[in-house]
Design a binder for this molecule. Structure first.
Ligand SMILES: NC(=O)c1ccc[n+]([C@@H]2O[C@H](COP(=O)([O-])OP(=O)(O)OC[C@H]3O[C@@H](n4cnc5c(N)ncnc54)[C@H](O)[C@@H]3O)[C@@H](O)[C@H]2O)c1
Length: 450
């Protein structure tokens, strides 16, 4: 089966590369010509471990191609995966204009029957709208379309692994034919018949994924409900952290013990600066909005969002309490990406923190192993550092904003010596309080005894 992937962003690139890796012929298309030019030049527009090698190998083998001619890509595929962005509108609703554009193109350009696979995260009932749009826009063409919802659960930073070794593949369909086609596409992953491109140590020992077939509406809802639930766990941990701070308890001890209960689970139960990135904030908002329009007041999720927004206020207040006046203070920032192992800064807590620190007149010198170029596009006025030690140099305070593991093993004695004032505010509970104090730091973290 020939596959087309529309949108070469995070999800599109990983989807296209991995589908090629398991043996399909894939054409990936994007209307951003600069992005396609980069890919033709062998450069990756995003940072994601293992992706580079997989793309190169499959391009060389002739299984993976890139084009900015989206119409041509559509015409060539038996199945067309829609992986375009669905960013938030001012109202919090998902902006579905890119999906609508692609639907129109598929409807008008297709000459043969297509399975249209919705992989972008979309509100429930988008599949129905998509079917209607394909019928209306393509009314003169006489081509038949099947629609499937196939939400993507990959995590940035471990996206290749997540795609090739998922715990479930969710497929929402309304015909046996669409189900069969989707089974065929994912068969190598379902029976693990592909040659693993990951190094031995990175290969998980998990059982093969479950193939979950649902209605299109359910599949769409599964994605929003899953992300919102994970966001809720993070906000819950953060509220527990606030309580721990008042009661002189340690949130890391509390959440660790809680997480050992299999009914709760330890993942996403970590206190800190809250969630960010291109998924959780917008997906929670979109879920609240779609519930609202359906007449359901999802108050619980509104609070999840409020708690998350307040994390930045709380951290800034802590910084202010420690530094008194922020104006003219030299602040070192370790980490900008919304989480480690990615260069993605979209809706990253660091970006909001930077905005507010700059507004108060602070001078920021920042370091992130991967995300500095992306941050520079929004904040060219920052001093971007060569390494973490450079970030500490002459700083009145050091803020830890992203939990890159290498920050943990820094030479903190040397960091101490480089700073104007040895003050560390750890927004991710990355470091050991006792050790930091032993080294002579004034050290503050989240929900742990001072
Ligand atoms: N990033 C993640 O971790 C993740 C995980 C799961 C699901 N998702 C969802 O997947 C979708 C895509 O996310 P992303 O992070 O890859 O977004 P992205 O912004 O990185 O990529 C979207 C791409 O689509 C392209 N595009 C937009 N309109 C187009 C059009 N009409 N024709 C061709 N190309 C077009 C853009 O140029 C861009 O390259 C979103 O709905 C997102 O919520 C994202």
């Amino acid at each position: 089966m020939k596959l087309s992937v529309i949108g070469c962003g995070y999800v599109g690139l990983v989807t296209g590369a991995c589908l090629a890796e398991i043996g399909h012929h894939v054409v990936c298309a994007d209307n951003d010509q600069a992005r396609i030019k980069m890919l033709h030049a062998g450069k990756m527009p995003i940072y994601e471990e293992h992706l580079d090698g997989i793309v190169q190998r499959n391009v060389k083998a002739g299984r993976l191609t890139f084009t900015s001619d989206v119409a041509e890509a559509v015409r060539g595929g038996d199945a067309v995966f829609i992986c375009v962005g669905t960013p938030p509108l001012e109202t919090g609703d998902a902006d579905l204009s890119a999906i609508d554009n692609v639907a129109r193109l598929i409807a008008t350009e297709s000459r043969t029957p297509k399975l249209v696979v919705e992989k972008s995260t979309v509100p429930v009932q988008t599949g129905q709208q998509l079917k209607r749009a394909l019928a209306v826009y393509g009314r003169s063409g006489g081509v038949t379309f099947e629609v499937a919802s196939n939400p993507e659960f990959l995590r940035e930073g471990t996206a290749v692994l997540d795609f090739l070794y998922p715990d479930r593949i969710v497929v929402g369909v309304d015909s046996g034919q669409a189900e069969q086609q989707m089974r065929e596409i994912y068969k190598p992953i379902l029976v693990r018949s592909f040659t693993c491109p990951l190094p031995d140590g990175a290969r998980p020992k998990t059982p093969p994924p479950q193939f979950i077939v649902t209605t299109i509406n359910s599949a769409e809802l599964i994605k929003h409900a899953s992300n919102s639930f994970l966001a809720m766990k993070i906000s819950y941990a953060n509220m527990v952290a606030d309580l721990c701070e008042k009661m002189n308890a340690n949130v890391d001890e509390v959440t660790r013990a809680m997480g050992l209960d299999p009914r709760i689970g330890g993942a996403f139960l970590r206190a800190g600066l809250g969630f960010g990135g291109f998924c959780f904030p917008k997906d929670v908002q979109a879920f609240i909005r779609l519930a609202e329009r359906a007449g359901v007041d999802f108050r619980l999720l509104k609070e999840v969002e409020n708690v998350n927004k307040a994390r930045i206020d709380g951290f800034l207040e802590k910084t202010r309490r420690a530094l008194w006046v922020l104006k003219e203070k030299k602040i070192g920032m370790l980490g900008i990406a919304f989480k480690p192992y990615t260069d993605d800064v979209r809706f990253a807590p660091a970006m909001e923190l930077i905005r507010r620190l700059l507004a108060e007149g602070a001078k920021i010198q920042a370091y992130d192993p991967e995300a500095m170029e992306r941050a520079r596009a929004t904040y060219p006025e920052l001093r971007y550092c060569a390494d973490p030690h450079d970030t500490a140099s002459g700083a009145d305070a050091l803020l830890i904003v992203t939990e890159w593991p290498q920050f943990k093993s820094l030479d903190w004695k040397r960091m101490h010596a480089a700073m104007a004032r040895p003050l560390v505010l750890d927004g991710r509970n990355l470091l050991e309080p006792a050790r930091m104090r032993e080294l002579g730091f004034e050290y503050h973290s989240i929900g742990r005894p001072e």
